[in-house]
Design a protein around this ligand. Structure first.
Ligand code: AMP
Length: 356
């Protein structure tokens, strides 16, 4: 930790900061944001619009899927899913997003249009003309929290080698959504020094591609992971100590998702917790984790990466609120009905519920 950072980090809990070393070095603005409040920085530097837009580039690489979902009440076949679409749509409520993934000839142009309307640049989606899009099928238990994977057909995802368009390679914020760790590593090789790289992972990759995952962990700033997967990764049944063990593997922070019990942020310096928004009508929880990450990263990017404690806490709340809408419908059904003002309204209700 730099001496300057250590001095600033002595502030109150709300102004205490993530260690400077967690941020990469390309962007002067983001490094500066760790040292000064961003508004002061912009007021002083009178940052240009172009620069502001550059600061907000948020890239996601992940799976794009057709899901078949069974819940205790209903079943839907071949609906749009995948880690990248849920992330991108959720982040699109906050900032422009660049999406990278692969689909087959069965990809429907209406989805490209849906993402375009949400501010998502889909030029990084590769369409394999003679291939089939990744298929995933899951069945939820009665508690609507636990689920079993019934079927996974990798199809075009199995041989996916991400090729980032030239203008995606300078992204400042990068999210490596659930997918093979080797895909994340290949994407990072093409990105010229992003400032904040966060990844998600799951039991499949922890169990089958551990050495790739270990290599990826050393190249990311943050990991977003389910509580059960955090325990699997660390062999530790306590979420907090599991979080600390993950920090020792490379990331500077970890966000543990606990489904209906909320989420927890852990860094060497701070621990923050956020409950889940109480949703009465849970229809389909698929994609909640990816949407949570999308809301979180989208908000951070919209704040030009100013990673002080308040921004991180707000980002956790926005991630929670966005995800709470998604689970009220299958696939993207509920998202298509809402706008940023609905998110703000629910955020205010959440504030009243949680302030004490
Ligand atoms: P979540 O509910 O946030 O865990 O995300 C569920 C989404 O992840 C579904 O839409 C699936 O298509 C996708 N998914 C399931 N298994 C995998 C996998 N092995 N790799 C990448 N994405 C997956």
């Amino acid at each position: 930790m730099s001496r300057l950072f250590r001095r600033i980090n002595k502030g109150t809990a709300s102004t205490r900061l993530i260690p400077q070393k967690m941020l990469r070095t390309r962007s002067f603005a983001v490094r500066t944001s760790v040292l000064f409040p961003m508004r002061t920085f912009f007021d002083t530097m009178q940052c240009s619009l172009t620069h502001t837009l550059l600061l907000m580039s948020l890239l996601v690489v992940g799976s794009i899927a057709y899901d078949t979902i069974e819940t205790p009440l209903a079943r839907r076949e071949n609906v749009l899913g995948g880690s990248a679409p849920f992330f991108a749509y959720a982040a699109g409520f906050f900032c422009p997003v660049q999406m990278v993934g692969v689909v087959g000839a069965d990809w429907l142009p209406e989805y490209t249009e849906m993402f375009r309307k949400q501010g998502v640049d889909t030029s990084g989606i590769e369409i394999v003309p003679d291939g089939k899009t990744f298929r995933w099928s899951g069945k939820y238990h009665n508690n609507m929290n636990d689920r079993d994977t019934l079927d996974t057909q990798l199809n075009v995802l199995g041989t996916f080698q991400p090729k980032l368009p030239e203008n995606f390679r300078r992204a400042q914020f990068v999210f490596l959504a659930n997918g093979a760790p080797s895909t994340g590593l290949a994407a990072l090789d093409q990105i010229q020094g992003a400032d904040l790289v966060v990844a998600d992972t799951m039991n499949l990759w922890i169990n089958t591609t551990r050495s790739d995952l270990d290599a990826l962990m050393k190249r990311i700033d943050g990991l977003v992971i389910n509580d059960s997967e955090a325990k699997l990764l660390t062999d530790d049944i306590n979420t907090v100590t599991a979080g600390r063990k993950i920090l020792a593997m490379g990331p500077k922070f970890v966000i543990v998702k606990k489904g209906e019990h909320g989420a927890m942020f852990v860094s060497e310096y701070e621990t923050y917790v956020v409950p889940a928004f109480p949703v009465e009508n849970v229809v389909d929880p698929t994609g909640a984790g990816d949407s949570f990450a999308g809301g979180l990263m989208g908000y951070i990017a919209s704040q030009q990466g100013n990673l002080d404690g308040e921004t991180i806490k707000n980002a956790l709340v926005y991630g929670t609120i966005v995800a709470s809408f998604g689970i009220e419908g299958f696939s993207f059904d509920r998202y298509k009905e809402i706008s940023r003002s609905d998110i703000e309204e629910r955020r205010e209700a959440f504030r009243k519920m949680t302030s004490f």
